[in-house]
Design a protein. Structure first.
Length: 247
């Protein structure tokens, strides 16, 4: 999936960012309270709740930091503001490969790359070859998803298909079989547009959204209003997509 020369480059380049990672320790001991407040269920607002990639941005400036926070160990890992532009370019170099960008979202790539860097920093060694790690993560994440979007302001008398996109309304039999019957009351009578996509979950949603939006555009061609081009015909899914003059 990644050519040999690029693999060699990426496998060497990643060690720059492993070395550049800043490690900050902090006191993660919970604060004890006395009196009435000790009897309440206090909401924990700490940002250090799990091993997640956190991106912070400052308007009008480059990204300030990117942190992978571990509560239990009281450690925060981050890439400094000065290192981040080069780090972002490094990730972009990986994502330029269409064999990768066609299967996973950019945010997913950011997450797995940063996890590799943090794991290597914590153990003081790379557990496996960087490119092989990325490819393994991609292979493990790519699955076939059936993605649905609800369409408001549209009523249909029967289910139909445009290309690979299904237009279906939720009747009493819709959720039977492999589908979740408990969703019936929330969706009954609604029209759903759906398609099958094989990709990482977030990328599958992005691809499905484009396909379903195009199908909705095609559906409009069958409406009487098409002979009045100055009149705009919209469904709720349109509000989330850019309009094209060609449409």
């Amino acid at each position: 999936m990644i050519n040999k020369h690029k693999q060699d480059y990426l496998n060497k380049e990643v060690f720059k960012y492993i070395s550049a990672i800043q490690v900050v320790t902090f006191d993660s001991t919970p604060i004890s309270h006395n009196g009435s407040i000790s009897q309440r269920n206090i909401q924990n607002f700490t940002p250090f709740e799990s091993e997640e990639v956190i991106i912070s941005q400052k308007l009008g400036q480059t990204v300030v930091s990117k942190s992978f926070n571990l509560v239990k160990e009281g450690i925060s890992f981050h890439i400094t503001e000065s290192d981040y532009p080069n780090y972002l370019n490094f990730i972009n170099q990986i994502y330029k490969d269409k064999k990768i960008s066609d299967l996973i979202s950019f945010s997913f790539l950011e997450k797995i790359v940063f996890k590799y860097i943090i794991d290597s920093k914590r153990s003081n060694q790379a557990s496996k070859d960087f490119c092989n790690y990325i490819l393994d993560e991609i292979n493990n994440s790519v699955k076939e998803f059936e993605v649905h979007f609800k369409i408001l302001y549209l009523d249909i008398e029967s289910n139909f298909k445009l290309g690979n996109v299904n237009f279906e309304y939720v009747g009493e039999n819709y959720f039977k079989g492999n589908r979740q019957q408990e969703y019936y009351e929330d969706f009954r009578g609604n029209v759903l547009v759906s398609t099958l996509v094989k990709a990482e979950k977030q990328k599958a949603q992005e691809i499905a959204f484009e396909k379903c939006s195009l199908a909705v555009d095609c559906l409009k061609l069958f409406f009487d209003i098409i002979i009045f081009p100055e009149e705009r015909l919209s469904f709720d899914i349109d509000s989330r997509t850019k309009e094209s003059d060609e449409n």
